[in-house]
Design a protein around this ligand. Structure first.
Ligand SMILES: [Zn+2]
Ligand SMILES: [Zn+2]
Length: 239
């Protein structure tokens, strides 16, 4: 059955609402999420589910959403744009179809990256006109690989930071195995971008740099106070 934009309001009214997980990454099943604006960065969320790469249609009409206690909401709609993958099917390279891999060839062979073609997945997003609650509805099954992750979640960066401050000798390789992380969790369970060891190394280093950084501002202040006192003492002596 072809669902039209008109009956989506009816469909979504019967879908059970889920709380959005902190590590939401490209849901592969029909799901309706409810969350507060502050819970998750809208920009990141949209990038990670491919919402922001396609053409986004904003409805002129306002919709009263039951799941948001009847609040009037602005609705946006987008189709999944799929991914680009190597024309050689046994090859692993893939990328976002738009914009940065648009003209790139495969990293492993000389083939071109080709678009996966139309995907049946659709995304709907409702934002309270005068409020902070949001609804995100993803439906359909993707007919392609997951898109490459976009941005590392703040929570994941903080978790890596806490681990290396507690155990500064941890290497990026050890972190990639989940060593030193809460409950031995693999970093990719925190965020899919952490499959990259260079990223792990970078987050570990910046957390340590930040933690052990000497506060140069306070040294300047101490020096200024010292100079001031010294001058005062000198002036008093000469009086
Ligand atoms: Zn290839
Ligand atoms: Zn898709």
């Amino acid at each position: 059955m072809q669902r039209t934009r008109v009956d989506i309001q009816k469909i979504v009214s019967s879908v059970p609402v889920k709380v959005i997980p902190e590590t939401l990454y490209y849901p592969d099943e029909e799901v309706l999420y409810k969350y507060h604006e502050a819970d998750i960065k809208h920009h990141t969320l949209f990038k990670d589910i491919n919402f922001s790469h396609g053409k986004i249609t904003i409805s002129k009409q306002l919709f009263e959403m039951e799941q948001l206690n009847g609040s009037k909401c602005i609705r946006q709609y987008a189709k999944c744009v799929g991914v680009k993958s190597c024309a050689n099917l046994s090859c692993e390279d893939y990328g976002d179809p738009i914009p940065y891999t648009a003209k790139r060839d495969c990293r492993y062979c000389s083939e071109k990256l080709v678009k996966s073609g139309p995907c049946p997945v659709k995304f709907y997003y409702w934002a309270e006109e005068n409020g902070v609650q949001r609804l995100l509805y993803c439906y359909g099954k993707h007919n392609h690989k997951e898109p490459p992750p976009y941005q590392t979640r703040k929570m994941a960066i903080e978790t890596i930071g806490l681990a290396v401050i507690a155990n500064p000798s941890l290497t990026a390789y050890q972190l990639s195995l989940g060593i030193g992380l809460p409950a031995g969790k693999a970093p990719t369970q925190l965020c899919a971008t952490l499959i990259n060891q260079d990223k792990l190394r970078h987050y570990a280093k910046s957390a340590k740099d930040k933690h052990y950084k000497v506060d140069t501002n306070s040294i300047v202040t101490i020096k200024q106070v010292e100079t001031h006192l010294f001058t005062e003492v000198k002036e008093q002596k000469s009086m």
